[in-house]
Design a protein around this ligand. Structure first.
Ligand code: AKG
Length: 341
């Protein structure tokens, strides 16, 4: 493990968050910012997707302060880098395992004037370590799972994350607290307890999903650009069913870990008997010929990946071959239908 990665791994284990410097060059940051701005303009409603609220006490709602572009890996090849940068994936897999899965992946532009976000821990979002804890768990004295990391955020900072630009406020060490309730503010907000992250553009900011944190008020003048990639253990429910979202081309390009990254390998079977074959992604509003072409492309990707896995998956190989034969039969049927007309 390279020194910077090892130092970040130590920080995450000890205080729950870390900054990995220089993952992107400034030139890359410029290109990502331009692409993200273009996508925000092109995405109806992007500017109103995220509703930030003030502190838990004031709960003042403010709308439209952060623009969000969801599933950004599908929208420009630039963002496929999110799961390719070696230092980032090494850290993620170090904590979450080789089969770590993306839970969501979005571009965000946080505009000047955004109020402080309420303090929260992300682990409640998808049900693990829910907040508030189920009453039965509280009665039995069960708290959050803190023995191992359940998920991580890896935020590609495309702008400087600074105190005067609405950076993230972190409460180091709170990832290890077993209580699912927000710790008393006196404990959290005491002098020296919260840290406003300083991370230069090009860094990746990572945190354990159990850590209490929140974006601070953005009192600066420039929008803050970032790409948020949220990772989970493969056996946790992710925020999005990315296996049905990812385009076949993006999946194909994602390399040997593709099926783990997008949760294809952990999808439940849908047939009337168990197989490990995933459902094909829905062909959105396409005609029959295009649907067949997409299916074929999807099976080609799977076929190649099965070939990479080797001979241990004979059954899966047989299923795929059967599906390919079905497609060929469909084609023949269509041709003979046409000939009859
Ligand atoms: O925007 C930020 O600085 C923090 C965002 C955050 O807390 C989150 O997405 O969970």
């Amino acid at each position: 493990m390279a020194m910077a990665v090892a130092a970040a791994a130590r920080d995450i284990a000890e205080r729950g968050w870390a900054v990995l410097p220089s993952v992107l060059t400034l030139t890359e940051c410029g290109a990502w910012v331009a692409e993200l701005d273009r996508l925000v303009e092109a995405t109806p409603g992007a500017r109103n997707q995220m509703r930030e609220s003030g502190t838990p006490r004031s709960r003042t709602a403010a709308f439209g302060h952060t623009a969000v572009v969801q599933h950004i890996f599908n929208k420009s090849p630039l963002f496929e880098e999110v799961y390719r940068r070696p230092a980032v994936v090494e850290l993620v897999r170090h904590f979450l395992g080789e089969d770590a899965q993306l839970s969501s992946c979005e571009g965000r532009v946080r505009y000047p004037g955004s109020p402080a976000q309420h303090l929260h821990a992300d682990a409640s979002v998808t049900g693990s370590n829910a907040h508030p804890a189920p009453a039965a768990d509280v009665q039995r004295g069960l708290g959050r799972i803190t023995r191992h990391v359940l998920g991580m955020n890896a935020v590609f900072c495309l702008s400087d994350f600074r105190a005067d630009q609405g950076t993230t406020l972190m409460f180091g060490g709170t990832h290890a607290l077993p209580d699912t309730e927000l710790p008393p503010e006196s404990e959290l907000l005491g002098p020296g307890r919260g840290t406003l992250v300083e991370a230069a553009a090009g860094s990746v900011l990572l945190w354990d999903v159990n850590l209490w944190h929140g974006a601070s008020a953005h009192e600066g003048s420039a929008p803050r650009h970032a790409v948020f990639s949220l990772w989970r253990r493969s056996w946790l429910r992710p925020q999005f069913d990315l296996a049905s979202v990812v385009s076949p081309e993006v999946l194909h390009r994602a390399g040997p870990y593709a099926r783990a990254i997008f949760g294809v390998s952990t999808r439940p079977a849908t047939g009337d008997h168990f197989t490990s074959t995933p459902r094909e992604p829905p062909a959105a509003a396409a005609g029959p010929a295009e649907q067949r072409a997409r299916k074929k492309q999807w099976y080609d990707v799977l076929e190649e990946q099965v070939a990479e896995i080797g001979g241990g998956r004979e059954q899966l190989r047989a299923i795929l071959q059967h599906k390919l034969r079905q497609l060929e039969d469909d084609d023949e049927d269509e041709q003979s239908d046409r000939a009859r007309l």
